[in-house]
Design a protein around this ligand. Structure first.
Ligand SMILES: NC(=O)c1ccc[n+]([C@@H]2O[C@H](COP(=O)([O-])OP(=O)(O)OC[C@H]3O[C@@H](n4cnc5c(N)ncnc54)[C@H](O)[C@@H]3O)[C@@H](O)[C@H]2O)c1
Length: 397
């Protein structure tokens, strides 16, 4: 039995091209490592930097041939589309304002796409990508990587299994301290793209981490935010972009929630935390201790769920590569997203059926729902925190 599902379906690995993520980018290295972990992809081309010479040199430094270490993303898309051995998949990890151009250009040329969040900076752009995905049938994977953790998947599977009952309450928080400094950003370094609303989007904190928190809540619970009452702004004096957002949420099944995100909590590292309560029990998960999910049933003592430990459900088990007690974390969760996307892409390209459990990775519609949530939160905050609809009217064409 062949264990590499992509080779099984296609007789070879998927050919991957990457746009962005050049020297110094944290997330670029994560994408490339995630693509390699399960051996589903072969990196064949890159356009790694906005500076053409740096881009070419960095691509060669990754071991790519000179003709495929491109200087510009559009050059890459045209070059790879024109080759018989060209890339199958394009992964995009550039600043937010360029996602629409490069992802749209990739879909137009027939590439499957893996794109980092937020999908775009505006809802209109996001819906344009949703339309292109629908009309082409191509795969679009959005790297909300926290959905790749085994214990997040266990929580989702427990909800779907009915172990928590009907969803009643959701508390989600994403608290970081990276922007707590009064002198951040350093004026001597110039304005980073994130601090420019044209490049970084209408709300820094919402684009950077609010979209992750929103997606995690939807992913685990399976319910949608219907209304939001929000306050968004800057805690650090003098800062012109948002560094915190707090909101009350109403969900489409009547559940209630709270949402709290900030990058200005001094000393906090990467505290993405969620508690979900249903009629029969609650689960709690914290990204900084990712191998432990607390399950508190209504009528019994609280219990831990651990990767591949007792009570593991199939959707969680397939997200773990090691036996119980051997910790996996960020890289492996990111790789789960890549490998699930690979299953869908290889199935589409080979005409073979995918494993249905692989098809839960975030997609373009999840990205559009994230943008609708951001826009509703901003509108609510500007209106003094009034309840504002977050329902996305989905165009049928
Ligand atoms: N999934 C996550 O958890 C996560 C974490 C961090 C960043 N991100 C996302 O990744 C994206 C990049 O963020 P970052 O923190 O790596 O930014 P960054 O500024 O650190 O890196 C961006 C990289 O893209 C390159 N680049 C910029 N414009 C380009 C262009 N036109 N063509 C080719 N390359 C270009 C830059 O040279 C740099 O190497 C953003 O959309 C961000 O939201 C996601």
């Amino acid at each position: 039995m062949i264990e590499n599902r992509v080779i099984e379906m296609m007789g070879r690995r998927l050919r991957l091209a990457v746009i962005g993520g050049g020297p110094g980018s944290f997330i670029g290295a994560m994408h490339r490592a995630a693509a390699r972990l399960d051996d589903r992809y072969q990196l064949v081309a890159s356009a790694l930097s906005s500076d053409p010479e740096r881009a070419r040199l960095a691509g060669i430094g990754l071991g790519l041939s000179e003709d495929r270490a491109y200087g510009h993303p559009i050059e890459l898309l045209d070059g790879e589309a024109g080759r018989t051995d060209g890339a199958d998949v394009v992964a995009i990890m550039t600043p937010n304002d360029s996602h629409h151009l490069y992802a749209g250009g990739a879909l137009d040329r027939g590439f499957d796409v893996i794109c980092d969040k937020p999908i775009t900076n505006t809802l209109d752009e996001a819906l344009d990508l949703v339309g292109k995905v629908r009309s082409t049938g191509l795969v679009f994977c959005l790297t909300h990587n926290y959905t790749g953790y085994p214990m997040v998947r266990q929580a989702k599977a427990m909800v779907e299994d009915g172990q928590l009952g009907e969803m009643r309450l959701v508390q989600v928080e994403y608290v970081q301290g990276g922007k707590a400094g009064e002198n951040d950003p350093d004026p001597a370094q110039g304005l980073p793209w994130r601090y420019d609303p044209v490049r970084g989007g209408p709300s820094l904190v919402m684009g950077d981490i609010g979209t992750h928190a929103h997606n995690l809540a939807r992913f685990i619970t399976g319910i949608e935010v219907s209304e939001i009452a929000a306050e968004i702004g800057a805690i650090v004096p003098g800062r012109l972009v948002d560094d915190y957002a707090a909101a009350m949420l109403r969900f489409d099944n009547g559940a209630r929630g709270t949402f709290w995100v900030t990058q200005a909590a001094a000393g906090v590292e990467n505290c993405l935390r969620i508690r979900v309560s249903g009629t029969r029990g609650s689960v709690e998960w914290n990204q900084e201790q990712p191998t432990h999910l607390l399950f508190s049933p209504l009528d019994g003592p609280a219990e831990w769920r651990t990767p591949n430990g007792p009570g593991t459900l199939p959707f969680s088990a397939r997200a773990t590569r090691v036996v119980a007690g051997h910790p996996e974390a960020f890289h492996e969760a990111f790789a789960n997203i890549y490998s699930d996307a690979a299953e869908a892409i290889a199935a589409r390209r080979s005409g073979k059926p995918p494993d249905p459990l692989a098809l839960h990775f975030p997609n373009a519609m999840d990205g559009a729902l994230g943008l609708k949530f951001v826009e509703a939160a901003i509108a609510s905050s500007r209106a003094g925190g009034t309840w504002t609809s977050a329902v996305l009217e989905i165009p049928q064409t």
